[in-house]
Design a protein around this ligand. Structure first.
Ligand code: ADP
Ligand code: MG
Length: 760
């Protein structure tokens, strides 16, 4: 069902408050008393009974009320003097807004999911008004932090197009990204290469003109040479014809090269732009989009855009030139025939529109299936070790083949539509040719001013007219393909990066390393708070241990420091500056991270250690490796520091990888250090070496050490115990043991486990 833009309640709800209030007054004329002032008006899209109908929710100087004028004049209301609070409840498909009074709760209005955020917002605003209103003396505003965060998150997640209010999947509204705009934007990439583009366009027009000469020469050949039996001129004409063909071939060869250069160049620019932009996107973008889908945007989608820019855009131009040029020539030859030529046109246009609509859906489907197939690759290849050790190869194969089959199916759909459309098109145009033979033949025989040569030339031109016309009608197919690709490429480019270049930010220089969490709340998504009111201050150089059951929010808490995510409420400060005011690069330069699963890149050992400091000298690298207890095992490798390691460090043990990661952090020499379960994955032997290395590393740095093995935190200045996003205990190891609380229980459990293991 198409939504009429004007009557769409969502669009209406976006009107300024004043206009809304005026409209409400008009719509509810019979209900509001003359002296009743409208303080606030909002719209929902459902009646209380659950049918879709615009419903007013109005806060007046006397009461809060809701009514659906379209259905009846009944009103749900609570007098202002009695209202104590407003409630919003969200259910699966819809929600209810109610108002509570001392002895009753009145359901005011129902709303669909689409309106959930707007209603939440309206309620917050009405609460603010109520708070100020003397009549509403019983009203208490509930300051519920979790609720506020939920509201904010919902608002973000609902992700509406600022233009049309439709819900978007990404950050780009497919409805508002008009194809014309998209294509213009794609063509914007041609700008730096105007000279080459102009040359290739001139060559193109040259091609067009040369081909238009040929039918004319053929016509002459028939009338002036064949009909006159003139052998002498036959030779000249044939040579002339051959020359035009030769010239055409030459021009088109050169053009092919220029166009290919241009296209590759543009696509190179576009690929780089996408990748560059991608590097600066927020973590939550990568949480929400599959690796396979991102890869396919950078490789396939830019490729299809290239095809569009170089092949199709030029083809389009040539086709337009030919259709108009030849069209004019056709009329010059014989206007009666020319009119007949146009007879099958409506049929062609109609079919082309139908076809293009179908194809858009099919191409979208193809793209989704291809991304799904790629994501099987992106999962199973890096995880091949797990796949093999669980002997799940057949499962992965089945999964891949299933996806591959689906892709096949979609391509077949495309072929089917093309198979129906193309022959139809051919038939419609041949119909034109047949008509011309019939009517043109009649004109020739009846001596009505058309020569045989004219008819022959006309038929040639007719071909030159229909061919590009056929191309043009298939062109919407090409535009569809290109615009779906452009949509996805621009969706990345239009996603806001984490670095906002315009803001005046603090560039950190001398950092002391004092970190403070100030009533920090955080949620990845609206439904579940992960951090709930973290308050902690870490002194410069302090080592703070973080323990707690898995899922309690330790990693999340640490990830806020390099701003992999931003707080939902509250703030984190470094040396007194809110992290969000600090220039990101300078912040991250101060932070070293060692993770449980250290990631190593393709390259040599030395390159991996120097990842954060690419211009480090060899002696610095060796020094860092020594401090990390890594030097000895590195020297045992055949190529020592130049040994190549695979992308996941396949040739190294867990403990070795860990020490390389520590060396990497030591070399970077950060003021702040995050160790996230850095010793969890290694054996006790190696752990001692790593522990030593870490002791050297943490000196003079503010350190957050997340540890599973509690014994590794003996040296921590302070230990925070986390549970369900809250700090439940803190103190030194001894203090916590003396407290005999959560921590003491955890320690006891761990020592039991290890003594059991020893005993068995
Ligand atoms: P810990 O490190 O203490 O084991 P985490 O901070 O990793 O805990 O996770 C805390 C909670 O946040 C868990 O419930 C987890 O499922 C959730 N979570 C962690 N990372 C993400 C993410 N990228 N997106 C959504 N939820 C996440
Ligand atoms: Mg963790």
């Amino acid at each position: 069902m198409a939504v009429n833009e004007q009557s769409d309640p969502y669009l209406r709800s976006r009107l300024p408050q004043q206009e809304l209030a005026a409209q409400a007054r008009k719509d509810l004329g019979g209900i509001l008393a003359p002296e009743e002032r409208v303080l606030y008006a909002a719209v929902s899209d459902m009646s209380l009974q659950g049918t879709y109908a615009d419903t007013w929710i109005v806060l007046t100087s006397l009461r809060i009320l809701a009514s659906t004028p379209q259905l009846s004049q009944t009103v749900q209301e609570v007098p202002l003097a009695e209202v104590t609070r407003l409630n919003v409840e969200h259910f699966v498909g819809n929600g209810i807004l109610s108002a509570a009074a001392a002895n009753q709760t009145v359901n005011l209005a129902r709303f669909s999911r689409r309106f959930a955020v707007d209603i939440e917002k309206a309620v917050a605003e009405m609460e603010a008004v109520l708070e100020q209103e003397p009549v509403a003396a019983n009203f208490v505003r509930t300051h519920d932090k979790a609720k506020q965060i939920q509201r904010k998150k919902m608002e973000k997640e609902s992700n509406r197009c600022p233009n049309c209010g439709r819900i978007m999947k990404g950050s780009v509204c497919p409805h508002c990204l008009q194809k014309g705009k998209l294509i213009r934007r794609v063509l914007g990439y041609v700008k730096p290469y105007y000279p080459q583009a102009i040359v290739s366009t001139i060559l193109l027009i040259g091609n067009g003109l040369l081909s238009m000469v040929q039918p004319f020469l053929t016509g002459l050949l028939v009338d002036e040479v064949l009909m006159q039996n003139d052998l002498g001129r036959l030779r000249a004409m044939v040579i002339l014809l051959a020359l035009t063909h030769l010239a055409n071939a030459g021009v088109s060869g050169f053009r092919t090269y220029v166009v290919a250069w241009l296209g590759q160049r543009i696509i190179r620019d576009m690929r780089s732009a996408v990748f560059r932009h991608l590097q600066y996107l927020r973590m939550d973008f990568f949480d929400s989009v599959r690796t396979g889908a991102i890869m396919s945007r950078i490789t396939n989608d830019t490729q299809s855009l290239q095809n569009f820019i170089v092949q199709s855009a030029q083809q389009l131009l040539l086709q337009v030139v030919m259709v108009f040029g030849v069209g004019v020539i056709l009329f010059r030859y014989d206007w009666r025939l020319a009119l007949m030529t146009l007879a099958p046109m409506p049929l062609i246009v109609y079919a082309a529109r139908l076809f293009s609509r179908k194809m858009h859906r099919v191409y979208r489907g193809i793209w989704i299936r291809r991304a799904l197939m790629n994501s099987v690759l992106a999962d199973s290849i890096p995880g091949i070790q797990i796949v093999k050790s669980f002997a799940q190869e057949p499962r992965e194969i089945t999964k891949f083949e299933h996806r591959s089959d689906q892709l096949f199916g979609r391509h077949i759909d495309a072929a089917k539509y093309r198979g129906m459309f193309m022959p139809f098109l051919t038939f419609a145009t041949s119909l034109g040719t047949v008509i011309i033979w019939g009517y043109g033949g009649y004109l020739v025989i009846s001596n009505a001013g058309l020569s045989v040569g004219d008819l022959v030339a006309f038929l040639y031109y007719l071909n030159q007219f229909y061919n590009p016309l056929r191309g043009l009608s298939g062109f919407s197919d090409v535009i569809q393909q290109a615009s779906t690709a452009a949509e996805r490429v621009f969706e990345i480019l239009d996603t806001e990066p984490e670095v906002k270049p315009e803001s005046s930010e603090i560039v950190l220089k001398d950092v002391r390393g004092e970190i403070e969490y100030n009533d920090v709340h955080f949620a990845y998504d609206a439904s579940e708070p992960v951090l709930q009111g973290i308050n902690v201050k870490m002194k410069p150089g302090e080592m703070v241990g973080l323990v707690g059951s898995s899922g309690s929010g330790k990693t999340t808490m640490a990830n806020l420091i390099p701003r992999l995510y931003d707080v939902s409420a509250g703030q984190v400060t470094l040396d007194g500056h809110d992290l969000r005011d600090i220039e990101l690069q300078s912040l991250r330069n101060q932070i070293g991270v060692v993770l449980q699963e250290p990631l190593l890149f393709h390259g040599s050992v030395a390159e991996n250690i120097a990842y954060g400091v690419p211009n480090a000298s060899r002696s610095d690298i060796v020094w860092a490796a020594q401090a990390a207890n890594a030097h000895d095992f590195i020297m045992e490798f055949s190529d020592k520091y130049d040994t190549q390691i695979g992308e996941r460090g396949l040739r190294l043990s867990g403990g070795q990888k860990q020490r390389l990661a520590i060396a990497r952090a030591i070399l970077k020499n950060p003021k702040i250090l995050i160790l996230d379960e850095a010793t969890s994955a290694v054996d006790t032997e190696t752990e001692k070496l790593i522990q030593e290395a870490i002791e050297r590393l943490v000196k003079n740095r503010t350190t957050i050490a997340i540890a599973h093995r509690l014994s590794t935190l003996k040296n921590a200045d302070r230990i925070l115990v986390m549970d369900k996003g809250r700090i439940v205990e803190q103190g030194t190891h001894e203090e916590l043991m003396a407290m005999d609380g959560v921590f003491a229980r955890m320690v006891k459990m761990q020592s039991e486990v290890s003594s059991n293991m020893l005993a068995s």
